[in-house]
Design a protein around this ligand. Structure first.
Ligand code: NAD
Length: 312
């Protein structure tokens, strides 16, 4: 029996829930939201699709006490920026919200794995770890999983290669300081730099544009349709499946670094091995000097932001 509790039944949460239903991800899916009426309505709506689906998933609106025997709690709850509010003020408000979510979940006896998607995701995952007191492996942020998928799709288009054969990762903060360490990207088995040298029609300038597109994808989508949710919903599903099926998959989730690259407390997107125990191994990449500099700058930024928070 695989059970997931989703907290936050907004656009992101419900995109995840819809993907989970269609992918037959678990046996039981509980929907929680401060807006209980909404959670109930969403459960009803999904249940009406069951007759057309390949699963007999049990879906219902619940409470934090339902987390006691859950394998995973996915948190997508949060509030948006108010006019005139700084990012740090928004973050402080989201911290207060997370207290009202994480504390009762821990009190329920929950002993599974947290997956956090609420933005800024690296900070919110670190906050969840701090509030829960859970071991590092059991609190995961979605990190740059979606950004890495976006990059692989765009590189696949550019090189006319199936994105599944593009091996590369976006690392760092899920945000403006994220970047692609090109030294680590391969097309099938071939390093991307060798492919550029062998085929002059492919250019580094174009790759840099692709990197910029990946970094700005969310802004572009938000401008066009107000929010992003399908892609992240599927990314959450991917991370949850790696846990539920004990896959040992490598995903660029946000996990505490725990000494990787000589860094410790910060939560940041970096390739990690994910299995039933959560984030079990962080991979230390052999980065070029300029890549290492960017990564450390991104970590410093995250660390500074986290330090600005008041936990009381
Ligand atoms: P939304 O406003 O549609 O949904 C947020 C939900 O949280 C609402 O249903 C609201 O009722 C609920 N909520 C608010 N306070 C709560 C509380 N105290 N307890 C329980 N539930 C509460 O927003 P959305 O579009 O679904 O986005 C959710 C979050 O996901 C945002 O922080 C957004 O920035 C983030 N996001 C992350 C990524 C990523 O890659 N990690 C991508 C897209 C969006």
């Amino acid at each position: 029996m695989k059970k997931i509790v989703l907290v936050g039944t907004g656009m992101v949460g419900m995109s995840f829930a819809y993907a989970a239903l269609n992918q037959n991800l678990c046996d039981e899916l509980v929907l929680c939201d401060i807006n209980e009426k909404r959670a109930k309505g969403e459960a009803q709506d999904l249940n009406h699709g069951l007759a057309f689906s390949k699963t007999s998933m049990k879906i219902y609106a619940g409470k934090y006490s339902d987390c006691s025997d859950a394998d995973i709690v996915v948190i997508c709850a949060g509030v948006g920026q108010k006019p005139g509010e700084t990012r740090l003020q928004l973050l402080q408000r989201n911290l207060e919200i997370f207290k009202t979510i994480v504390n009762p979940i821990v009190d329920s006896g929950f002993d599974g794995i947290f997956i956090v998607a609420t933005n800024p995701v690296d900070i919110m995952a670190r906050i969840t770890r701090k509030l829960s007191g859970f071991p590092n492996n059991k609190v995961i942020g979605t990190g740059t999983t979606l950004d890495s998928a976006r990059m692989r799709y765009l590189l696949g288009e550019y090189f006319h290669i199936d994105p599944r054969n593009i091996h590369g990762y976006v690392i760092g903060e899920h945000g403006d300081s994220e970047f692609v360490p090109w030294s680590q990207v391969t097309i099938g088995p071939k390093p991307i730099r060798d492919e550029l040298m062998d085929n002059p029609e492919f250019k580094m300038d174009d790759l840099e544009k692709i990197e910029e597109n990946v970094r700005h994808a969310a802004y572009e989508i938000i401008e066009a349709k107000g929010a992003t949710y399908y892609g992240i919903g599927m990314a959450i599903c991917r991370v949850a499946r790696a846990i539920l099926q004990d896959e040992n998959s490598i995903l660029t989730i946000s996990a505490r670094l725990c000494g990787t690259y000589g860094l410790d407390k910060v939560y940041v997107g970096n390739p990690c091995v994910v299995n039933k125990d959560g984030a079990v191994r962080r991979m230390e990449l052999t980065l070029m000097n300029n890549e290492m500099k960017k990564f450390k700058e991104s970590c410093e930024l995250l660390d500074e932001t986290f330090s600005g928070l008041e936990f009381k």
